[in-house]
Design a protein around this ligand. Sequence first.
Ligand SMILES: NC(=O)c1ccc[n+]([C@@H]2O[C@H](COP(=O)([O-])OP(=O)(O)OC[C@H]3O[C@@H](n4cnc5c(N)ncnc54)[C@H](OP(=O)(O)O)[C@@H]3O)[C@@H](O)[C@H]2O)c1
Length: 254
Amino acid sequence: MGGALWSGWERSDIAPSVILDRHCASPAPPHRVARTPEEIPAGFRPEFVVLAVKPGGAEQAVAAVAPWLEGATLLSVMAGRRCGGLRAAARAAGHDAPVIRAMPNMPSSIGRGVTGVYAEPEIGLVRTMQAEALMRAVGQVAWVEREEQLDLVTALSGSGPAYVYLLAELLEQIGVTHGLPPDTARLLARGTVAGAGAVLDASATDAATLRRNVTSPNGTTAAALNVLMQPDAWPDSLARAIAAATARAAELAR
Ligand SMILES: NC(=O)c1ccc[n+]([C@@H]2O[C@H](COP(=O)([O-])OP(=O)(O)OC[C@H]3O[C@@H](n4cnc5c(N)ncnc54)[C@H](OP(=O)(O)O)[C@@H]3O)[C@@H](O)[C@H]2O)c1
């Protein structure tokens, strides 16, 4: 996710000053990439330190960047990990860094992400606006009022691109199973998902209306939707999938 944000920021007029990642193999100028904390200039004073490690690696990562936390705000994109725990990790590393949480998604890499953001009430307007500017540089931003709501954001949009890719994958597989050449099935499946997404993006019309507009009564689309929209079909399986992802995010918090 850090790589996706980095790509998105590189495309915008906001570029991260230093990237710390032990596997970083980007062609960006080497002075901006550090593989170990020792490679970060000692006098570096960032306004924001973005944490994009696996939730279990939070404490280790906060300890690694502790020398640069003085005066900085921690912006975490980690699923589950709560502001309170991250602030405690920063305190344990010697700094009382304020924490803002953002839950972006992978299309951030091309500036088309959607990000849910939560800031503790005491964060203040300046930091809040700066965090918003950072996330707006890679797509759209929605603030949530309660931190727990980020678990649902994680399940809905953070993990959401995977559900859409799964749809393309299954359409392709079914096309092949029923006799289409693989290349043809792939082109049709990918093109359908990408094209429908582009129309959704370009239109102010809500998704349900767009769906109705392409569904003739008693036609082929209606025949398929009669299957998909059975309460125990997509409405139920998607609701259960989102509930499972939300529960997993809450579990990561513990
Ligand atoms: N994937 C998504 O679509 C998505 C969407 C929204 C939010 N997120 C959140 O983004 C976070 C990152 O997810 P990810 O899938 O991108 O994880 P990832 O692939 O493991 O990326 C994290 C990178 O940071 C490196 N790293 C970890 N600790 C480090 C340290 N102390 N010093 C230097 N480098 C360090 C890791 O190296 P090692 O592998 O060696 O540890 C790895 O290369 C997660 O908390 C996730 O919840 C992900």
